[in-house]
Design a protein around this ligand. Structure first.
Ligand SMILES: [Zn+2]
Length: 128
């Protein structure tokens, strides 16, 4: 029997994110190799180390994968605490509290609700 691997919503801490997505994070330590060579030979992940520091590999190669988990902004903001070259992004939320995509004013659910309501208003007018 096959076991289904679901894309779980992850608890968006940097630690969890690194464990899940960083190719260099193996058995609780950092392999430290990127396409350009060795960038970390300490074996310790600097981002979630005791004194968190920036990591170019994490910034360039790992953070972008958070887009697939719909947590790019959250991860970026958490990482900005460690790397001061990263600007925090404002996370916009809908009136219902759910996260909004770029350019959206309401989430898809609220949009639907609003559309229904305005249709209803029009119908009420028509009946009169
Ligand atoms: Zn909403």
């Amino acid at each position: 029997m096959k076991t289904l691997v679901k894309k779980k919503k992850i608890d968006k801490t940097l630690h969890n994110f690194i464990v899940l997505e960083c190719c260099n994070f193996v058995r609780n330590s950092c392999v430290g190799v990127s396409s350009t060579g060795m960038f970390n030979n300490t074996g310790i992940c600097v981002v979630i180390g005791e004194e968190p520091k920036h990591c170019d590999y994490f910034k360039d190669c790992v953070i972008p994968t958070s887009k697939h988990r719909m947590c790019y902004n959250e991860i970026l903001n958490k990482y900005s605490d460690v790397d001061n070259t990263i600007k925090r992004v404002k996370i916009r939320t809908c009136q219902c509290g759910s996260k909004l995509d770029k350019g959206e004013r309401l989430c898809s659910l609220c949009k639907k609700t609003k559309r229904k309501l305005s249709f209803r208003k029009i119908n009420v007018k028509r009946k009169r």
